[in-house]
Structure formats: structure tokens, C-alpha cells
Design a protein around this ligand. Structure first.
Ligand code: ATP
Ligand code: MG
Length: 416
């Protein structure tokens, strides 16, 4: 074969696409009830947008970005995630002037130069949401509850919701100091990345995936023990409201997120059925980011669902790929012209109609109708055109009904 998809990219074809569409429409319905509006953002941004927000020392920025120079010698990057682009747009269009919370959702591809493996791609799709302008943990509970409702509505089971707080700019420095102190004696047990992170951003050490680093950081103090009063109250509130809403969850004090912009609430949803790539959705608060982008201080919270991670968990796909309501088998050129017109009229009336386009025998046309899963078949030839009378064949039981060659009568019979 001459051309193939690039490594880590994939085509999404029928019948799988119907599962994707089912998930997207389920999510959209739920977003509507919660007041989230769609936002469509560019797939590319100025590279700084991501470096500033996600963090210079994060895995994404250090290793995973698709960054290149365009013909105007600007450094541009294919978006590795949605929140940075969203906040850029939020500030650019002064959306903070609208009544809070301003709630948005997006669906689309993200790009990360990762080592491709099961459930880990270089182009992958996220459904993400962002809610802006409100600091109250009731909003955090609401958004986590909405996530639970989306994942539940598409039929996912055996999910684990983990929640924590990772503090804010005022308590994190103390935590960093304590963490560094704890790690200082055993730094040589860590990988070279982590040794570099120790000075640049010690929190990143908590997120390292190298097995020996995971082992060596056991016993490190959790951020939860270092929260300032404001963060602690916020987290207590979140826990209370999650109980109130009966959202099943566990507190995981060692949960950290791979992006630097998070503050206070952080959460992750994982599945037992995905092996090591177990995170299906993740999110948290980012109260400092709007200011970082030059807007007024504005709290925000969001999450993103990884589509490729939930697709394999869904057993039966809603609708599946149904065949046409009607298929025309055609015996002459005149019959084909008549069918061409009728098909247009029937489609305008809401029916899915296909017609034969090849010079083949009636037998093979019938076989094709069957393979397509057509519900009804009409055979059009010289006799039918002359008499103006046709038979509508029901493919489920082989029975027929008579009709005139009129679109409205055909439609009435089939829709009954
Ligand atoms: P991981 O720990 O699996 O690398 P992450 O922390 O990098 O995930 P986020 O940036 O939080 O992921 O993205 C949110 C969700 O997007 C993840 O929970 C996951 O479901 C999905 N996701 C992230 N990276 C990929 C990828 N390369 N391929 C497929 N899905 C992905
Ligand atoms: Mg990752």
C-alpha cells in the first residue's frame, strides 16, 4: 500500500462512527440542561499560549507538543488540550463581562507527540467543558456530577471518581518546600527528569510514570496536609456537596495533574477495564489562568473526556448503522430517470432512499438491497412505467403492497 495514516493517528469509520455520534449527542443534550454552550476554537495557537499555561516543565510542553514554524516564521503549535485555547478566547473576547458562570463546551481533536499504544494516540478527541467566574465549590460539585451523568448516560460502569485539592498560589510554596525536604535525601533514586524537576518544579515528580520514581516517592507528604484555610474550606465544601448530590467518589490525596495551571479542586475518572491507560476523564480548577492571560482575576473550572478511552468501554452502540428505508431496483434507463425524481421527492419527505446505479441483473440488485439492509424495495421497469402501478416489497417478510407511482402514496404506505 502506498499511503497509510501517520503513526498514532486513526481513521474513524462506520459502523464505529455511530458510537461516536451517540456519545456526542448524549453529551450535548446534557450540556443543554446545565446551560453549556458550544465554542469552536482553532486547532492551532501561538506556541506561547500553551507554554505559559500548561507550564514549561510539564510533560506536554517538554515532550509532547507538535510545534513548528509557519511560513511567516511564527512558532505555532497544534493544540495539545483545550483549556489554554479556551482561556485565550475568553480573554480575547471579554467573555468575563457576561453574567457568571459562563459555561462552554467543545468537542474535537487534540495533538500530542506521545508513544502510541492502546488507548493512547497522537491525535485524539476530547469532549471538554469550562465554567468561568464562580469560585463556589457548589459549581465544582455540579460539574463533577454532570460528568458522572454523561458517563452514566452513555452506559459506562465500573468507573472510579477520584477527587482532591492541590492548593493555590499561597499554600503551594510551603508544600513545595516540605516536598523538597522530604525528597532531598534520596534524590539519586529518581530518574534524570525528576532530578531536574526537583529544582524546576518539584510537584512534577509526583506525576512521573517511571516505576522506580513511583516507588521512591511513596511516603511523600500529600498536598492535602498543607492546604491554607481558604483551600481547606473550599475542599470541605466540595466534599459536602458531592455527598449531597450522592456522586460516588473517593478522596485521593496523591492525585496530581500533568498541567501546571490547576488550583484547588482536581479530579480524575478512571476505569478498571483499560489497563495502564486508565484515565477516561480529568479536570480541575484553574483560578489563576485568566489573569495570566491578561484578563481580570477570574476563577475557572473544567474537565475533558478522552473519547478513545470511552469508546471501547461501550458495549452496544445505540442506533447502529441502519440501512435505507427504500431501495429502487431499476430495469431500464427510463425507469432510472423516474426513480431519480421519486428518490428526491421521498428524501424531501424525510425518507432515506437509495437507488441502483449499475447495469446489473435484478437478482444482483436485490442482493445489494439486502446487503445494504434496505427495509423496502421497489422494482421499476417498462411495465410499471406504463401502468403507473408498482409493488412495494417489505424485506423483513417478503410481502408486497400495491401503490401508484406517486411519491406521497409510496411515503404514506412505507411510513405506516
Ligand atoms: P494520561 O495520564 O493518560 O497521559 P493526561 O493526564 O495526559 O492523561 P489530560 O491532559 O488530563 O490527560 O487529558 C484528559 C483526558 O484525555 C485523559 O483523561 C484521557 O482520557 C485523554 N487523553 C489524554 N492523552 C491522550 C492520548 N494521547 N490518547 C488518547 N486519549 C488521551
Ligand atoms: Mg499524558
Amino acid at each position: 500500500m502506498k499511503y497509510k495514516t501517520l503513526k498514532g493517528l486513526q481513521d474513524i469509520l462506520p459502523p464505529d462512527i455511530s458510537v461516536w455520534q451517540h456519545i456526542e449527542s448524549t453529551a450535548k443534550n446534557i450540556f443543554k440542561n446545565y446551560g453549556y454552550q458550544e465554542i469552536r476554537l482553532p486547532l492551532m495557537e501561538s506556541t506561547d499560549v500553551f507554554i505559559r499555561s500548561i507550564g514549561e516543565t510539564s510533560d506536554i510542553v517538554e515532550k509532547e507538543m507538535y510545534t513548528f514554524q509557519d511560513k511567516g516564521k511564527r512558532s505555532v503549535t497544534l493544540r495539545p488540550e483545550g483549556t489554554a485555547s479556551f482561556v485565550r478566547a475568553y480573554v480575547e473576547h471579554h467573555i468575563y463581562n457576561d453574567p457568571a458562570p459562563q459555561k462552554f463546551y467543545y468537542m474535537g481533536p487534540m495533538f500530542r507527540y506521545e508513544r502510541p499504544q492502546a488507548f493512547r494516540y497522537r491525535q485524539f478527541y476530547q469532549i471538554g467543558v469550562e465554567a468561568m467566574g464562580i469560585d463556589d465549590p457548589k459549581l465544582d460539585a455540579e460539574i463533577i456530577s454532570m460528568l458522572s451523568s454523561i458517563l452514566g448516560s452513555i452506559g459506562l460502569e465500573g468507573l472510579n471518581f477520584e477527587v482532591t485539592s492541590i492548593g493555590c498560589a499561597s499554600c503551594r510554596p510551603d508544600y513545595k518546600t516540605a516536598l523538597k525536604k522530604h525528597l532531598s535525601g534520596k534524590l539519586d533514586e529518581f530518574c534524570s527528569d525528576c532530578r531536574r524537576r526537583y529544582d524546576a518544579n518539584p510537584l512534577r515528580i509526583l506525576d512521573c510514570k517511571v516505576p522506580s520514581c513511583i516507588e521512591s516517592r511513596k511516603g511523600a507528604p500529600p498536598v492535602l496536609d498543607f492546604l491554607c484555610k481558604e483551600c481547606k474550606d473550599h475542599f470541605d465544601g466540595l466534599r459536602k456537596y458531592l455527598e449531597l448530590l450522592k456522586v460516588p467518589h473517593t478522596i485521593n490525596p496523591s492525585l496530581v495533574r500533568g498541567l501546571d495551571y490547576y488550583t484547588k479542586t482536581a479530579f480524575e475518572v478512571s476505569s478498571e477495564n483499560l489497563g495502564s491507560q486508565s484515565a477516561v476523564a480529568a479536570g480541575g480548577r484553574y483560578d489563576g489562568m485568566v489573569r495570566e492571560f491578561g484578563g481580570p482575576p477570574t476563577p475557572g473550572i473544567g474537565f475533558a473526556i478522552g473519547m478513545e478511552r470511552i469508546i471501547p468501554l461501550i458495549k452496544d452502540s445505540a442506533d447502529g448503522n441502519k440501512g435505507p428505508d427504500l431501495f429502487f431496483c431499476l430495469l431500464t434507463e427510463e425507469a432510472a430517470e423516474k426513480a431519480l425524481i421519486l428518490a428526491e421527492q421521498l428524501r424531501a419527505g424525510g425518507m432515506r432512499v437509495e437507488m441502483n446505479h449499475e447495469q446489473t441483473s435484478l437478482r444482483s440488485q436485490m442482493r445489494k438491497a439486502n446487503r445494504m439492509g434496505a427495509a423496502h424495495v421497489i422494482v421499476l421497469g417498462e411495465d410499471e412505467l406504463k401502468s403507473g402501478e408498482i409493488a412495494i416489497k417489505y424485506m423483513t417478510d417478503g410481502k408486497t403492497k400495491r401503490s401508484s407511482l406517486q411519491a406521497d402514496e409510496i411515503q404514506k404506505i412505507i411510513k405506516n
